[in-house]
Design a binder for this molecule. Sequence first.
Ligand code: CP
Ligand code: NVA
Length: 305
Amino acid sequence: MRHFITLNDISAAEYQRILELAAVLKKELKQGKMSAPLAGKMMGMIFEKPSLRTRVSFETGMFQLGGSAMFLGSEIGFGKRESVKDIAEVLSSMVDVIMLRALRHKSAEEIARYSRCPVINGLTDQAHPCQALADMMTIYEVFGQIQGIKFAYIGDANNVAASLLRSASKLGLKFALAAPEGFQFEPARLTELIGTSPAAGFEIQLTGDPAEAVKDAHVVYTDVWVSMGQENEEEHRKKVFAPYQVNTGLMRQTRKDAVFLHCLPARRGLEVTDEVMDSPQSKAVQQAENRLHAQKGLLVWLLQE
Ligand code: CP
Ligand code: NVA
């Protein structure tokens, strides 16, 4: 039995396999072909934080694969009404797969430790591996390749950035990170995310200057400056990150065929302007839709292969 808590849980070959399954499932769906490989399977979805994409993509994905998904919100009193261990043991005795969006990464690890069924990380403070799957799928759709693509991440070295850097090292992208001082990855974290044997083509560029990061980039990516759970730092972060906005001026300094990606939800007018979000260069909606297809690939791989 396998879990998907971080991208360390899968090899590069398995990553490719999940993306391959996702592409097939997307094509079949568009052609109106239905199969039900997960008939009779139930997913339990625990949410400690809000969500649009993660909930809808998993719930729709399970439905399209012939199974079902159950939303478990604050009413279960995660870690308060009963222990995380008890929740993991009880829930996994009844469902076939658990998806968890947790405040603390440790909770996801703990659920996985005690669960009798596979556990998927639907975002923690440290990682958002499902998002990275959809993002890599989108890059492949746009450029027909992943390896060798220059990926510029502008903003906070957060959970999303961590899973993207891990993906870059596994799949061989050139990863540039422009973040203000104090919001870059810590050296130990950086070493861990790069891993011991990065794929051919992987390069890393760390800078404080967004213009430097986006030079020759195929992809310009950003995420919110204030992640869920950091609301009390909002005023300070807004000031520090102000020079890191992705706007038309910055997009002009990239390749002509560069695309803009954002995991969403976006704070329009802060990390990205309306102009960029609504431009033809923005593939953020295609990227969001790919959450559905990528996670269907993940589910079939986890539960069937
Ligand atoms: N990108 C993402 O995970 O969106 P939600 O927070 O809406 O699920
Ligand atoms: N970094 C953001 C991602 C939201 C999908 C957060 O954790 O709130």
